[in-house]
Design a protein around this ligand. Structure first.
Ligand code: HEM
Length: 196
């Protein structure tokens, strides 16, 4: 297998490490009392972020990397009707995407989250008894193609220009910040941990 660890990947990882840790600790997936209604509220909020971001990334990524269809499928499975889904709030503050470098930074965050999704998929199957057909399609959005899609994305990072690395890292950080702020506004996050 070719080595796809690029300087850009290392910079993105390093630049967003604290963001990832901070958000992971505030997400309620593993907290006591997390139940199906709380999960549904979380997926509603995820939808509000991913639906407009999918649209903003058109032109930078293929339709097969869109995340909103799986979230809509999950919301249906969790008993929301089409008109309920259409009425859900959408995040108005998205990271700026006006270049390939920005798009790569944003995509790094979204594509990387499919890896964490594998952990969450197993945890939600155990805790809530849900799978891809009953509300957890998003957590395994690429199914068996997860590894291949990630490696293809890493290859794209490896081929990117080095001169715009800082723009990509800034966009990735902005993506984490916008997402955390949006989820917080939707009331689905735990309080920040002051010891971080
Ligand atoms: C409780 C929630 C989460 C858990 C438990 C989690 C867990 C993980 C784990 C275990 C990995 C490494 C997977 C691997 O190397 O195979 C990972 C990677 C990653 N996660 Fe998360 N994650 C969570 C939420 C998120 C969220 C919400 C985002 C962004 C929206 C995110 C973005 C990323 C990124 C960008 C990587 C790739 C790191 C890299 O390899 O460079 N994660 N996550």
């Amino acid at each position: 297998m070719p080595d796809t660890t690029s300087p850009l990947l290392l910079a993105l990882r390093e630049g967003t490490r604290t963001c990832h840790k901070g958000l992971e600790q505030r997400l309620p997936f593993f907290s006591a009392g997390f139940d199906l209604p709380a999960y549904r509220r979380l997926i509603e909020a995820y939808h509000g972020f991913h639906a407009p971001l999918d649209a903003a990334l058109t032109g930078y990524q293929g339709a097969e990397r869109r995340k909103a269809p799986a979230l809509v499928q999950d919301l249906h499975a969790l008993n929301l009707a089409r008109h309920d889904i259409d009425a859900l709030p959408l995040c108005p503050t998205l990271p700026r995407i006006d270049s390939e470098a920005c798009a790569l930074g944003v995509m790094y965050v979204l594509e990387g989250s499919t890896l964490g999704g594998q952990v969450l998929k197993r945890a939600m199957a155990e805790r809530l008894g849900i799978d891809a057909d009953s509300g957890a399609a998003f957590l395994d959005v690429y199914g068996p193609a997860t590894g291949a899609n990630w490696r293809a994305f890493l290859q794209r990072l490896a081929e990117a220009s080095v001169s715009t690395q800082a723009q990509s890292v800034d966009a990735a950080i902005a993506t984490f910040e916008c997402f955390e702020q949006w989820l917080d506004q939707q009331g689905v996050l735990l309080q920040p941990n002051p010891h971080l």
